[in-house]
Design a protein around this ligand. Structure first.
Ligand code: SAH
Ligand code: SF4
Length: 376
């Protein structure tokens, strides 16, 4: 079904593959992607424990449940001690890496706060925990300071690569070009850079998604975290359309498209790290397992303390709201084992694509910075 020159799939090819309806052909697509994954990254799943430490946000993205103008939630910020406690738990659980995520907050106070936390996490884990940040758009100087403190990966979704659609989903002062500039800056600094899109957005076409896949390939992105768009009733994009129940049709469509996107990306860019994102589970109880079987190789178990989870709902139906990090550990390990995959405990699971892309330059850079930090 798919030609031998898989990396040469054109936008037209991808657009039509995203619209496949024949179950057998879809299964065959997943199978090919899974084989590619096993060949390139093995049957291993890497964990990144995600700590959603603050829901304060200066931005107002029209789709997001913690946008600035939503006042139907309690705003919180975990203090340093709580964050370090969660980080310690991630380390002791053998997860290998963590992600620090929050709404977008800019300014010197926040920059310094995060800088200190990164250094603390490096210290308590004796440099063993890999640190990924997902803290939105920041100044170059801020990104650089956090990198020097020890963070080595950054996730910043482009959300959609169609500038017109981007403009429809955001207020006027959120600039598509600025998002692109930030991604470029992160790559220049030396971060393993992750991006992604939401899948199934109102007004988004299969051709838009095909263009997103080509963008990931062209921009030499190391990690991809893309997931279904899931409406949130307290947002302008979903207002009046959903209530707190997501229509079954939308669930089905966005899950199907998301799994196809994962498969096509694995075929197109075989050595990239692809997350089976939590939003998939908001649409189907086995959403994340399905994504692992369609080519994904990263899971991000939520380790945010239970008392904050209800207030960090970017979208409706977010799973595991009532669970503790310990419950999630057992549950997620069983899920991985149930599909015959192995969990790579205590490993960073860096993107192979990153090292191929930069050769040894970045590894040297990282080594120099770590040596400097150790020295003083
Ligand atoms: N503030 C940071 C990180 C937190 S938001 C940032 O924006 O980069 C992380 C991601 O959540 C966003 O990139 C967006 O893609 C996703 N998200 C927000 N609202 C969503 C929704 N309704 N459905 C699915 N994903 C959503
Ligand atoms: Fe804030 Fe990120 Fe949500 Fe946008 S997507 S409103 S930046 S938390």
């Amino acid at each position: 079904m798919i030609s031998n020159n898989l990396k040469d799939l054109t936008e037209e090819d991808l657009t039509s593959l995203l619209q496949l309806e024949d179950e057998k052909k879809i299964e065959s697509l997943y199978r090919q992607a899974y084989e590619k994954k096993v060949e390139q990254v093995g049957k291993k799943v890497y964990f990144r424990g995600i700590i959603e430490f603050s829901n304060h946000c200066q931005k107002n993205c029209l789709y997001c449940g913690i946008r600035r103008d939503n006042n139907e939630l309690t705003r919180f910020e975990m203090d340093r001690e709580e964050i370090i406690k969660s980080a310690r738990w991630v380390h002791n659980s053998g997860y290998g890496s963590l992600v620090l995520q929050s709404g977008e907050i800019q300014g010197e106070e926040f920059t310094e706060y995060i800088e200190g936390i990164i250094r603390d996490i490096k210290e308590i884990s004796k440099g063993e925990l890999g640190i990924t940040l997902s803290l939105g758009e920041q100044k170059k100087e801020t990104y650089r300071r956090w990198f020097e403190a020890g963070a080595h990966r950054y996730l910043l979704r482009i959300e959609t690569t169609n500038p017109d659609l981007y403009a429809e989903l955001h207020p006027e002062d959120h600039q598509f070009q600025e998002r692109l500039n930030c991604l470029k800056t992160l790559q220049d600094i030396g971060y393993q850079t992750g991006t992604g899109v939401m899948i199934g957005l109102p007004g988004q076409t299969p051709a838009d998604l095909a263009a997103d896949l080509k963008f990931f390939q062209r921009q030499k992105i190391d990690m991809i975290g893309m997931g279904p768009y899931v409406p949130h009733s307290s947002t302008p994009l979903a207002s009046g359309t959903t209530g707190d129940k997501i229509p079954a049709k939308l669930k089905e469509k966005n899950l199907d498209l998301s799994l196809k996107m994962v498969s096509l990306l694995r075929i197109l860019v075989p050595d990239v790290n692809i997350a089976a994102t939590t939003a998939l589970q908001a649409l189907h109880p086995l959403g994340r397992e399905k994504a692992l079987q369609a080519g994904a190789n990263i899971l991000m178990p939520v380790v945010t303390p239970q008392k904050y989870r209800e207030d960090y709902k970017l979208y409706e139906n977010k799973p595991c709201i009532d669970e503790k990090a310990e419950d999630c550990r057992g549950c997620i390990s069983n899920r991985v084992k149930s599909i015959g995959e192995e969990i790579a405990y205590d490993e960073w699971g860096d993107s192979r694509r990153y090292f191929r892309r930069l050769g040894n330059r970045s590894a040297e850079l990282r080594g120099e910075i770590d040596a400097e930090n150790a020295a003083g």
